[in-house]
Design a binder for this molecule. Sequence first.
Ligand code: LLP
Length: 414
Amino acid sequence: MLDLFPDSAAAPGGELAVGGVAASALAAEFGTPLLVYCEQTLRARARAYREAAPRARILYSVKAFPSVALLRLFAEEGLGAEVSALGELEFAERAGISGAQILVDGNNKSDEEISAAARAGAALVVDAFDDLDRAAAAGVSSLLVRVTPGVDAETHDAIRTGHTGSKFGLPPEDALAAIARGGIDGLHVHIGSQLLALGALRMTVDWLTAFMARARAELGWAPGTVDFGGGLGIRHVDGDPALPVDRFVGAIVDGLEQGCRLHGLPLPELILEPGRSLVGDGGVTLYRIGVVKRTGDATTYVAIDGGMSDNPRPQLYGAHFTGVLATRVVDPPAGTFTICGKHCESGDVLIDRLALPQPRRGDLLAVPATGAYTLGMSSNYNGVPRPAAVLVRAGEARLIRRRESLDDLLALEA
Ligand code: LLP
């Protein structure tokens, strides 16, 4: 029943607790909507990556949830950071992560971002020819070139990135031309996000080792580092296939070793940049239920105190979520309900049809697998302040991001 929830989730007496803290206590202390992160789960996912690839550098992809507290926690587990804009770099530096453990990505880096990467001593991923010139001028210490493998990953169109025609990376010929100019230490590929199958990933690893063989044959060059990006998906609803970290990483490590052996290439250092699979299933969102209303076509809407402003994934990617009534987890369902947000559009539906005990005003709805790309992609639509986030462990909750206030929003007005 709670298998989509964080590792520490339990329902003693029928009430959801995460990290040993009851949902109602969390909502009472910190308000709702509230993003609750389970420290045990976050550390377990980081360790799973370290164990699956002990010699690899694992960089948390900060975009999944920019948080100084989580970056520090991951740094304690030996992880660095992959950042794709100045703000994310600032978060990583604020968390005390050294430049040697930071990689700067992005398809349109500003001069400011490139000089900040140089100042931090971070490595940089070249995504266009002019990155190369500007990085050299700024004195960036280490460069990878992102190459577009022409692989269609098994995921939503909007988060597929390795196909021919992608705005990311350089086509193979251009990547070779960039390498020929000199100063490139390694290769980077990232084919997409929320991957729950291995086919496209395996093809990419094979493709990349063949590309390495070509670079050696044509240019006498071999990468010291190969970065396969992120991409491992998580389960959001019952019925989603499970793809554990060790199988995903194993496909990369084994494929790289085999490819290098096949082509007689030296084995490069490996970098991975997981985002969602580190923070996604460690996060639960708690909402307070308000209006419960039956419509003319017999739909019963259950309205929550958030919606597309704190989780736009259903609108952007047709993403599915599930949920439980946090204080009546084990009660039998009374019907099927549509969970909608409080925003001024009909598309503001978080969960289309969810079986629940009869929801009532004041109940708490807990939505699992919401730790990635929710708060990080949140907005202030309808002037709604962004939620708070807490980290829970061993019966204690710590605020890691305070709730936005109306004064915060008004402070931007000129
Ligand atoms: N590395 C690069 C270069 C990336 O572009 C990304 C994600 C990652 C690593 C991390 O990927 P992950 O392990 O999280 O799949 N907002 C979308 C996801 C966008 C992913 C963008 N790039 C969503 O909510 O599904």
